[in-house]
Design a protein around this ligand. Structure first.
Ligand code: ATR
Length: 274
């Protein structure tokens, strides 16, 4: 009998991660002899961790905050998407080499496609500058948005992100940075901060003067409706949480490792609602 393959998601903290629920569901469903677990690591453990993939002790991994960038120096090869975002969330071994992939980009694109909201030539305001924002920016520019405005509590982080992006991906000034607290005019607003992960948390921003017809997107999916999405809805705007993005990024990783398209069904939805 073949030895059972081991996959992992690593991050810090990691307890909250629901990736094992999804991946193990699909592994079972597709009769694949493997398990998927989660592990909290420290930054000093990353080198050894990647070596374990190289030596096949671990078959593949997902990387989550805060290591999506920090893992890069230890990986042999990057896909163009990982290179363009400085962000890796999936590692596989291919012909003896570790390859860093980014499935957050496709995850976001597929989730947005299902909302039927057309992002072409739109003005998008992103709140936050953390782990997932480079991938969202990459996806937005691929979707043909006109302008991306970054706003982060620590402005310097947003500025650094804009500068590294400009160098890698853009010839024109598609990204601007504004002070935290400013709400310039936008078509789409994306909450990519961690504010709202706890039910009572509220962004210290005043949305009351925003006109109708906007699109409010929250990367958070648990709770289902953050105060940010509630505010958007109350003002008569379209809203969407990050659940589909999470499912699609996981499905893309599954496809990369197992060469099988996993089924996204009602059971998957229920697994994540627990
Ligand atoms: P990381 O920053 O380690 O990548 P993350 O969870 O991906 O972690 O990102 C957290 C984001 O939420 C950051 O943009 C953070 O802003 P700072 O860069 O200023 O830390 C933002 N954030 C967290 N708490 C916040 C708060 N109370 N108000 C506004 N933004 C907040």
């Amino acid at each position: 009998m073949n030895k059972i393959k081991k996959f992992l998601v690593i991050g810090n903290p990691i307890n909250h991660s629901l990736s094992p629920e999804l991946q193990n569901y699909w592994l079972k469903k597709n009769n694949i002899n493997a398990i998927y677990d989660k592990q909290r690591l420290d930054i000093d453990d990353l080198r050894d961790f990647v070596l374990k993939i190289k030596s096949k002790e671990i078959a593949g991994a997902n990387i989550t905050v805060p290591f999506k960038k920090e893992i890069i120096p230890f990986i042999d090869k990057l896909t163009p998407e990982s290179e363009g975002t400085d962000s890796v969330n999936t590692i596989l071994l291919n012909k003896g080499e570790t390859v860093g992939c980014n499935t957050d980009i496709t995850g976001f694109e597929k989730a947005i496609k299902e909302t039927n909201y057309n992002f072409v030539k739109k003005k998008v305001l992103i709140l936050g500058a953390g782990g997932v924002v480079p991938s969202i920016i990459f996806a937005l520019q691929r979707m043909g948005v006109k302008h991306i405005i970054l706003s982060n509590r620590t402005k310097l982080k947003a500025e650094e992100l804009r500068n590294s992006y400009k160098k890698k991906n853009f010839n024109e000034n598609i990204i601007t940075v504004v002070d935290w607290g400013e709400l310039p005019n936008f078509d789409v607003i994306i909450n990519a901060t961690s504010v709202g992960l706890e039910r009572d948390q509220k962004l210290d921003l005043d949305f009351s003067k925003i006109e109708k017809g906007k699109f409010f997107y929250d990367v958070i999916y648990n709770p289902k409706e953050t105060n940010f999405l509630k505010a958007g809805k109350q003002l008569g705007n379209q809203t969407e949480n990050g659940k589909k993005m999470f499912i699609y990024q996981a499905a893309e990783a599954f496809k990369i490792w197992h060469k099988v398209e996993p089924e996204i069904n009602e059971e998957i939805n229920k697994l994540l609602d627990k």
